[in-house]
Design a protein around this ligand. Structure first.
Ligand SMILES: N[C@@H](CCC[C@H](N)C(=O)O)C(=O)O
Length: 271
């Protein structure tokens, strides 16, 4: 194996291994899984491949690989990390950067003056569908609102303990109703804020999820719990993300990203 450089970044504790590459298959699924392993590997919720841009004006392209080796369409926290990394490499401390993702080109605004690491992303429109009920075979059925933020989410407002989340999250994420799998959000809507815990497809319980926060706010607007253009604090276990659903339907996400460490991988971890 040829040695390669990597950069560990995190956004509210949702952590990623950034690898610069020139082809989509530069990190195969099995290698991604081994690198993300928290005991035998570097550790991370996923890999962010940084590729050359595919559309005009974009500074780069992000491709995400989940910790289990699956490839999702989009990742909100990951995009903040990828864009901050790219901005630092390109010597940009402030201003707009366009970035390609598998869910389209995203306009991002960097504020890295004095190393602040703040990134605002226009995540695009979020599609919210009608509620569905899933009978999981034990106890009351669960009601979820599906929402598409480039990647799939289902949001429930039912009170859930940590034990409920551990039991229901993986079953819903892999339920036959969702052939491509889904991320699962457990949300408590309050005035001007949402408390949110996310069970991520291909990862499990994470400390934060940017697309999940956007999807949850879009569902809140649809249900009349949040106003259009209202900036809402989405409180995740890893910290708060600021989300606004604009009147054109676009979700605007603002939050931090942080460099943790960099290194060179000379030997693949077992796995
Ligand atoms: N943590 C991410 C979402 C990553 C992708 C997700 N696991 C999926 O499979 O869709 C975020 O911040 O949006």
């Amino acid at each position: 194996m040829e040695a390669f450089a990597f950069h560990k970044y995190e956004g509210l504790g949702n952590d990623f291994i950034i690898v610069e590459a020139d082809r989509d298959d530069a990190v195969p699924a099995a290698v991604a899984k081994a690198l993300c392993d928290r005991r035998f590997g570097i550790g991370g919720d996923g890999i962010l491949l940084l590729l050359p841009p595919t559309s005009s004006g974009a500074r780069g392209r992000m491709r995400v690989i989940n910790a289990d080796g699956s490839v999702p369409e989009m990742c909100g926290n990951g995009l903040r990390c990828a864009v901050l990394y790219a901005a630092r490499v390109q010597g940009v401390a402030e201003g707009e950067i366009l970035f390609d993702t598998d869910a389209g080109k995203k306009p991002c605004l960097i504020d890295d003056r004095d190393g602040r690491g703040l990134v605002t992303v226009d995540m695009g429109p979020i599609r919210v569908d009608d509620d569905i009920t899933l009978d999981l075979g034990d106890g009351e059925p669960w009601t979820f609102t599906p929402a598409d933020a480039g990647n799939p989410h289902v949001i429930t407002t039912r009170a859930a303990s940590r034990a409920d989340i551990d039991a229901v999250g993986p079953r819903v994420a892999t339920h036959s109703r969702f052939p491509a799998g889904t991320n699962v959000e457990f949300a408590v809507y309050r005035k001007g804020a949402v408390d949110l815990v996310v069970w991520e497809r291909g990862v499990g319980l994470t400390l934060a999820c940017g697309t999940g926060a956007c999807a949850t706010v879009a569902v809140g607007v649809r249900k009349g719990l949040i106003s259009v253009n209202e900036e809402v604090a989405v409180n995740l276990p890893g910290g708060p993300l600021s989300i606004k659903l604009r009147d054109d339907g676009h979700a605007i996400m603002r939050g931090p990203a942080r460099h943790v460490f960099s290194g060179t991988l000379t030997e693949l971890p077992p796995g």
